[in-house]
Design a protein around this ligand. Structure first.
Ligand code: IVH
Length: 684
């Protein structure tokens, strides 16, 4: 074969392969079988080997990945790659639309035409074509400077190495999202984990990790996809006037464009589009974290312009998600009623799981170490349903130094007492007891809580004031408060002081079980308190009971027994109890509670699974029992309801299989007449 004949054959093969790729990846309508494809490919490879003079950067054979490099090179974007303003609800979307109307000087009732596009969760790419050929690909980076990844991008089969024939600008910069399709992402993580390598936390990290590789052969082994959504240089003559026409033009030029994209007239249509996509989001072949709305008209886009780093003519409406990324700003330790120090991360506020979150729990020091969460880390934060937001894990930065791990406190942050380890080192606890202001406050909050003495109007802020003024050191001090003194407190008039005193006085009439619970004995929840009251009948009997007597009560084991015994052995506690009795706290002898026959729980069997976050398990069980229900440990055909808390176990699967009614913690709270939980300690 002469070199000239070879050149012609090579060109034909390249064009045919490119056409096939286009049909396969863009039109989703392949014409060749795999065998035909391989045959053409092999023929091309052999000819190129024999005639290296016809080598070209846009040959499909370049897609297998070239030689590895030693580092990624920074490049400057001719036009900055902007980011998008985000909104999280319909009100935010309407606000965006109103502002755009104002800016364009249009009457409010004029329906603007938008293009709705899925916001694919991947990595933004800039693809530069000169004289039809892909000459440079870069990541977005910080929007001004990106990283050059041309060799890696060539391995993405759906990205044309050469534009399809037609009238094309001399220089064209296409922008879009590179991503790993849902299935490919899951398969990649399975593969990595089988090799003992930690998988990617989400599809976006997987796409970024696959593209920002020094060895293009690794990128080639990852089935990355691409979806075009715009053109970098909008001033280029000859481009269509609307976003919808631009996308059609891009598709014609050879680029995959999402089939989900729609032209939408007015806000109603935009909202419907969002809702429909949101409903189908788990069935989409890519991960999407929202929808992008773009003003269709290019003239309008130019008139609206951009602010800082985002255009005024486009907005991202995010799907509600249970997980998001944020940054840890601080890690502090909160002291609970029993002195346990809980590490809580203060994070850059984010909207997740339908709420704004600024704090997230790290549960305990051992969890904090296991997850190795540090100040400054980017982390995945999860808030599902009613659950207290938690940090799932740190997203490892590929470079850059991290802060040192937060040291475990040796002293209580509230009172300075040394800490003690508990539960084999999992927990740390302040040894200050009721000398510790944080424990004091928590003890009083517990004493006044609804399930205990139920003192109306004694909220966190009031308790804080009272403890800070040193008027209240323990629950007994509440009963010595006087109206005149109280009225002198900030934000407290005479009337509210009177009301509070009246509520404190009214709380004196209670039950033995509530009183025992209110004392805040370790491990004694409402159910155990009830057991004690029923079994022993009087406070004196509980106070005098020996360890053996306590452990003989069904439901009380040696650990709880020990805590009860130790509590009443403590002279300080005995003193407080004496003062409380003197203050006039009374109860009639405990009568067994009768099942309320009308309740939905009467005679019903319930099972609890997972950790309840707004009440203790004992409280839940006690509430079910007092409403006539029975609590079982296993889900069976007889189970009426399964109450689901955080991290439910296999019981949830059993319930689903058996068709048992599943009840969330919120619903459950509502059924048992607990007030809705509006703000936990970690929520804002
Ligand atoms: S347009 C002119 N359209 O979202 C506005 N961005 O927050 C520039 N993204 O960096 C972006 N799908 O990674 C646009 N259909 C879409 C998108 C999209 C995903 C990403 C992209 C960008 C980020 C902006």
């Amino acid at each position: 074969m002469t070199p000239e004949m070879a050149r012609r054959r090579i060109e034909t093969l390249r064009a045919e392969i490119a056409e096939h790729d286009y049909r396969y990846y863009v039109l989703d309508a392949p014409t060749w079988t795999d065998a035909e494809y391989d045959r053409h490919w092999q023929e091309l490879q052999e000819l190129e080997r024999e005639f290296p003079q016809w080598d070209r950067p846009d040959s499909p054979t370049r897609r297998v990945g070239g030689a590895p490099r030693s580092d990624l090179v920074s490049v400057r974007h001719d036009q900055p790659m902007l980011s998008l303003d985000k909104v999280v609800d319909q009100a935010g979307l309407r606000h965006f639309d109103r502002r755009l109307h104002e800016r364009l000087g249009l009457p409010a009732d004029f329906a603007l035409t938008y293009v709705g596009e899925p916001k694919i969760d991947g990595l933004a790419l800039s693809l530069l074509y000169e004289d039809q050929v892909l000459v440079r690909a870069a990541t977005r980076g910080d929007g001004v400077m990106g990283e050059e990844v041309t060799a890696n991008v060539r391995t993405i089969r759906s990205i044309p190495l050469r534009l399809r024939p037609g009238s094309r600008p001399h220089r064209l910069e296409v922008r879009g999202e590179a991503y790993l399709p849902r299935g490919a992402f899951a398969a990649l993580n399975r593969e990595l984990e089988a090799e003992g390598i930690r998988g990617f936390v989400n599809a976006r990290n997987a796409a970024a990790g696959s593209l920002r590789q020094l060895d293009p052969r690794i990128t080639a082994s990852r089935p990355l996809a691409f979806s075009a959504y715009g053109v970098g240089q909008l001033t280029e003559a000859g481009l269509p006037d609307g976003q919808d026409a631009l996308l059609a033009w891009l598709r014609e030029a050879g680029f995959p464009v999402s089939p989900e994209i729609r032209r939408l007239e007015g806000m109603e249509a935009c909202w419907r589009y969002f809702e429909q996509l949101n409903e189908r989001r788990d069935a989409l072949p890519f991960e999407a974290d929202g929808v992008v709305f773009k003003l269709n008209d290019r003239m309008g886009q130019e008139r609206a312009g951009s602010v800082a780093r985002a255009p005024r003519w486009a907005v991202a409406l995010k799907f509600e998600s249970e997980e998001t990324e944020t940054t840890v700003e601080q890690i502090e330790f909160q002291v609970g009623r029993t002195g346990i120090l809980t590490p809580v991360a203060q994070v850059t506020p984010v909207f997740v799981g339908g709420a704004r979150v600024a704090h997230a729990s790290l549960h305990n020091v051992s969890e904090m170490h296991r997850k190795d969460v540090r100040v400054g880390d980017r982390v995945i934060l999860r808030r599902a349903g009613e659950v207290i937001p938690e940090i799932v894990r740190t997203v490892m930065a590929e470079s850059g130094s991290r802060a040192l791990p937060v040291p475990e406190p040796t002293h209580c942050p509230a009172c300075g007492s040394p800490v003690e380890r508990d539960l084999g080192g999992i927990l740390i606890r302040c040894s200050g007891g009721l000398h510790c202001p944080a424990q004091k406050k928590e003890a009083i909050r517990h004493f006044a809580s609804r399930e205990a003495l139920n003192i109306q109007g004694l909220g966190e802020k009031r308790i804080d004031q009272l403890v800070r003024a040193d008027w209240v050191r323990n629950p007994a001090d509440l009963f010595a408060l006087e109206v005149d003194r109280l009225a002198g407190l900030e934000r407290m008039g005479k009337r509210s002081a009177e009301k509070l005193i009246a509520a404190i006085q009214a709380s004196r009439n209670t039950t033995l079980a509530r009183f025992l619970y209110a004392l805040g004995i370790r491990e004694v929840g409402a159910t155990t308190a009830e057991l004690l009251a029923h079994a022993l009948g009087s406070l004196e009997a509980v106070q005098e009971a020996g360890l053996d007597e306590l452990c003989a009560i069904s439901g009380i084991g040696p650990i709880i027994g020990h805590h009860i015994h130790a509590f009443f052995d403590d002279p300080g506690n005995r003193d407080v109890i004496g003062r409380l009795r003197e203050a006039g706290i009374t109860w009639s002898s405990p009568a067994p509670q009768l099942p309320a026959s009308g309740s939905r729980f009467a005679g019903a069997s319930l099972v609890l699974t997972g950790r309840l976050t707004t009440m203790t398990r004992e409280e839940a069980i006690s509430a079910i029992r007092s409403l006539g229900g029975v609590v079982s440990s296993q889900v069976s055909a007889k189970t009426r309801y399964l109450v689901v808390g955080e991290n439910p176990g296999s019981k949830l699967d059993d319930a689903r299989r058996l068709g048992t009614e599943i009840v969330t913690e919120t619903e459950f709270r509502d059924w048992i007449g607990f007030p809705p939980e509006t703000s936990g300690p970690h929520l804002q």
